[in-house]
Unconditional design. Structure first.
Length: 119
């Protein structure tokens, strides 16, 4: 007879375990899982003041640390942010010679002007 309370307790516990999952399906509101925040590094705009002898690709190389093709990929956006139009694109190199033409990169910048860079 001592086994009866154990049997009743185990049946009660089994009923409790079985009742818990069925309580979730009664039309209650679904649980909203928060969306994890996506980390986006802050874009820091910095101004660089042009000095004598500077040119845009050198500024990008020195200030942003970009190299090779990445320099020229970044120049159009920097030119736009800085307000440099294509009227400043006056020279290009053809067969080793400097000729007038348009290559899409600003050639004329002057000491004291501001170049807006994103770091």
């Amino acid at each position: 007879m001592r086994k009866v309370p154990y049997l009743i307790a185990s049946l009660g516990l089994g009923a409790l375990i079985m009742a818990a999952p069925s309580a979730c399906g009664r039309g209650d509101k679904p649980i909203e899982v928060p969306t994890p925040a996506v980390f986006q590094p802050a874009v820091v705009e910095t101004e660089y003041e042009v000095k004598r002898g500077d040119f845009l690709s050198k500024i990008v190389y020195d200030e942003l640390g970009l190299r090779g093709k990445a320099i020229y990929d970044s120049l159009p956006a920097i030119q736009q942010r800085s307000g440099f139009g294509l009227e400043r694109d006056v020279y290009k190199v053809v067969d080793g010679q400097l000729v007038s033409g348009q290559d899409g990169f600003v050639d004329l910048i002057y000491p004291g002007e501001k170049v807006i860079l994103n770091k």
